[in-house]
Design a binder for this molecule. Sequence first.
Ligand code: NAI
Ligand code: MG
Length: 502
Amino acid sequence: MSSAQAATSEPRRYQLFIDGKFVDAESGKTFQTPNPATGETLAEVAEADKADIDKAVAAARRAFEGKWAKVSARERGRMLYKLAQLIESNAKQLAELETADNGKPIRESLYIDVPATAENFEYFAGWATKIEGETIPVPGQFFNYTLREPVGVCGQIIPWNFPLLMAAWKLAPALAAGNTVVLKPAEQTPTTALELAKLIQEAGFPDGVVNVVPGYGETAGAALASHAGIDKIAFTGSTEVGKTIARAAADNLTKVSLELGGKAPNIVFADADIDQAVNGAMMGIFYNQGQVCCAGSRLFLDERVKDEFLDRFKAKAEKIKVGDPMDKQTLMGPQVSAEQLDRIKSYVTIAREEGATVLTGGGAPAALDEKFRRGYFFTPTIFSDVQNRMRVAQEEIFGPVTSVITFKDEDDLIRQANETIYGLSAGIWTRDVRRAHRFAREIKAGTVWINTFNMMNAASPFGGYKQSGYGREMGRHALEMYTQVKSVWVDLSGKPIGWYGQ
Ligand code: NAI
Ligand code: MG
């Protein structure tokens, strides 16, 4: 892949990656993935369906029981490390393709998505040789120990908001622990996972260890989630589809982990450093066009600082450069698809109907270059006068749209902040250390940010409380999801068992 190629308007072609080979779909079908900045076709991609999923699962099973089982932990670690290095040496091309397929600003793909992808593989490379069992001091003349073994063939279904990074969150711990994988990228953004497949092959993973099968959710995704041949299904996406997947998996009692939606409270107390908090509110809702599961989409403001805060926040939001995502100065690109753009627009109508005020944004940006007129752009948007029970405060909008809610005191705040079906993340801005740590305990969320927002690292666990899902990705906790424990008992006495020797 060359960067010149990424820039041409001639659509690229991609095949499925099954058993170490790039192949067409059994049906011969393909689908198109557009460039959301222009609406033009970026690539034509083979479309996996049930028959291809069957092939991929069979290949993953053969690899799991064959070649991959014989690869030492050290070798697995080395392959993951090599993959991290290959990602770094292809960073520019991967970032350009990610931006072309997803629409996120190039400064994000290049400085956040791609480095974090490499970092995840590097982090889990280190874990491969450190997955250990335990010895248990059981009573009597017995030796009892545990083996920590891979789960087996893992189905992994990922969304479009961080296409490469979500692939890394899923693949890295699975491979470190010795599993094999069938990965289904989102239909909106399948290309970088297929480029990653090439690098996986180059890093030396045996055929069938990783299979990449793009296709639609209702066909390829559903076939994977309900497949009797997989041992585990991992999913990131909407809460609605997460429930469908859990139901499909229940028939085979396939193990499930889910990372779902959020409606995070981002809270500003009157004693906060207001400049920092304004920046934090920007990061919370405008980063990645707001298409972030842990986005700070409910902005809670202490009544006493509301006006001052909103003046500054509005002014900054209006200065965000929306436009060509390939331009390094751009802070906001297009939304990922026409469907998402329509969804977001519908919430502007809903907000007005519910009695909220559209303080800024709420539509298409003015004065875009001719080339971007058909792109899926939306302006940074602030809804004020929102009540926590309104739909715009309860439903995941997944765009650059925040809902401002005010509060009187800490009790009022905690009650409102926890009044949601979600529990993925939360942020608080205050100089009071006691209050900050009290909040960290009282909020029902998997991640809490104090005087910061959207911070993540491969070493730190991430996942949801309540309907934001179950299981933790990244950090040592991710290994729990990709290993199972076997307890082994050995007799040391040679004596008859129980009464049966009498
Ligand atoms: P989605 O949940 O439908 O898609 C995510 C993945 O699931 C894709 O790979 C898709 O092909 C697959 N999928 C869809 N239906 C499936 C099924 N029945 N069986 C198996 N796999 C299936 O999300 P969508 O429609 O793209 O976006 C809708 C909303 O979901 C967004 O507006 C946002 O609120 C939420 N979302 C949350 C994400 C997160 O990171 N938690 C990521 C993407 C979307
Ligand atoms: Mg969908």
